[in-house]
Design a protein around this ligand. Sequence first.
Ligand code: SF4
Ligand code: SF4
Length: 805
Amino acid sequence: MADKRFVTLDGNEATANIAHLCNEVMAIYPITPSSGLGELPDAWAAAGRKNAFGSVPHVVEMQSEAGAAGAVHGALQTGALTSTFTASQGLLLMIPNMFKIAGELTPTVFHVTARTVATHALSIFGDHSDVMACRTTGWAMLASGSVQEAQDMALIAHQATLEARVPFLHFYDGFRISHEVNKIEPLGDEDVRAFLDKELIRQHRQRALSPERPKLRGTAQNPDHFFQGREACNPFYDATPGIVQKTMDKFARMFGRQYHLFDYSGSPDAERVIVAMSSACGVVEETVDKLVAEGQKVGLVKIRLFRPFDGRAFVACLPRTTRIIAALDRTKEPGALGEPVYQDVVTALAEYWATNGDEALPRVIGGRYGLSSKEFTPAMVAGIYAEMAKPQPKRHFTIGIRDDVTHLSLEYDENFSTEAPDVVRGVFYGLGSDGTVSAVRSTVKILGENTPLYAQGYFVYDSRKAGSVTTSHLRVSPRPIKGSYLVHKATFVACHQFHFLERIDMLSVAEPGATFLLNSPYGPDEVWDHLPREVQEQILAKRLKFFVVDAYRVARETGMGVRINTIMQTCFFQLAGMLPADVAIAHIKDSIKATYGKKGGEKVVQQNFAAVDAALAALHEVKVPDRVTSTLCMVPPVPEDAPPFVKNVLGAIIANRGDELPVSAMPVDGTFPTGTTQYEKRSIAQDIPIWDPKICTQCGFCSLVCPHAAIRMKAYPAQQLAGAPEGFKATDWKGKEYPGYKFTVQVYPDDCTGCGLCVDACPAKDKAVPKHKAIDMEPKLKHLHQERKNLAFFMEIPDLDRSQV
Ligand code: SF4
Ligand code: SF4
């Protein structure tokens, strides 16, 4: 460890670094979750960073992924070393060019963050449906299952394609690997320069279309000879697996990490073997380690090179004791006899098992898992191994969902866990824009690069991005972390937004005895009575250690505005106790300097320093009472009177219980009812506009500019005010059209995002107090209860008859 250098970065940065060093041209078009792959080389090239050959790569953004693939095809024909990056529909747009590039035996690597292809619904999340749609293009397909592998396989792919002349699709799981931050051994510029074979690059250039060596490419061929021409490439595909293995061996000699076309892990005399690809491998391996230690004969085959599929190497990798194989696919091919990995495993066994002895052919079952980034956990893996032990296991199954329609899903014990007690496991709930993700990323970096500990960070984003809940998952371990899955048993839970407590059941993830840190406007002596009953119950039942910090107050007082990230981060380090407080604070300050020193300047750095220094003084342990006292309850995700579909399906999704929905709950063709947004109350604003009727000019600008229609106005007959709750605001209607009418501006406190646009637009200022307008942003918690009552009444007031407007 002492001689090794480590960095912490995500899968996209690890891959982009290799792509930048190996290429002269990169044609890009951004698509989630591959955007970082193109953006980083673009920024590096703009800053003059050179590739491994001493030139600055030419990075060009095209008008679409089809254009990017076309530009790559063109650049390759000039002999330039060229790549692109994409995912999902973007990859589909590249397929026509991919057929051509492979047909012309042109070396290149496309790096793909494997992502769901839109079917009944769009999804930005990860599975293999996009890369599996490319199986017929003639590209080699090399899979990575971790951030370290993403870097290593990227380089192996760039070298192997030059020798094989077969183009390579290097892929890893979108989000799960592309956005996971982990500690890896980096490859430097010199490493890449030394690894790439200059003679192979020269040969690639020699094959370029050039007036100096005229030749014709891209002809049209007739039935008499096209077929033969198509078969002429066979020797190149036959040779590719051997070239990849040779390249992997060279990689091992130079950098010490040995990979094979298929890697086996587990009991040498395993009877039950799972075959998997990409990030699932780490999860299965972690489970195998535990089950083997318990005496079970189980194993795992990791597929590295999926195409060309070397059936002989696959069979050679399996223990001869193998009795049953479960082939796992992260994709769905409706109507097929089985998904791609399953089909290849069956074919490989049929063709090669008998050549290696006379043991009975293993039974093969196939399972779908993890579509659209659905969690895949050790508990599910244990469930698969349990199914494999049955006399009649399901031949085709799903795992991780409840299929009550075609009954393909397997039952499993959700409490099965491989988490070790010495691993710190944190879950941090924040807003998409409050800096929580940055804080956890910085924590991973501090621990990964300054201590012998291994750290893994993963971030669950809502596709609505800013203003949505982000959940950051952190593991810190004395050992390398194999499994890429969410933290389900946390030793530390942090709630960075107080109002989440009434909507998110965040303590269900806490282990007994865990630490709970709450950003609270209420101090240690008063916070208890402001917690919902459900939260109090869990704190007591699990005997949680409970701490509060008023991070927003500290942020305000130190000039940080609403940026609470460094404050919460400082408190985490203090409570988690992995580093002495002074050491942790010194690292946090270094990280602040590195992050804000250039772009924010000294003032921002000093404000952050002040926030860090003030954080610990504001951190207090709460003396937890011995019983539940609260009269508050968590808010139901949607109103009780919502339509059944909204209550039963959307309500579960809003409450973060979408994983519990059975197959039968979902529309068969993705068709949803409309007008359901009204039922989702995200309640994400810190501050909301509060109306002062005395100075309002009734201009309506506030209502007009609100992007969420979260502030509305009504003019109505005075008698409508009968029964108004105390505190409901109204004033006389100023216009001549409706004499005697009343007027109200009402905020929708749980729909408002706190953006402040309405206040900016409001022209009515108080002459005596110029800073006071007819609407001012004020802390939501102070007004929430009243404004909810006001809104309920406001909604009952009939709208004006449109024919009279
Ligand atoms: S703060 Fe923004 S979201 Fe809220 S009511 Fe005003 S304009 Fe609408
Ligand atoms: S609150 Fe301001 S913007 Fe809204 S109606 Fe009154 S004066 Fe106009």
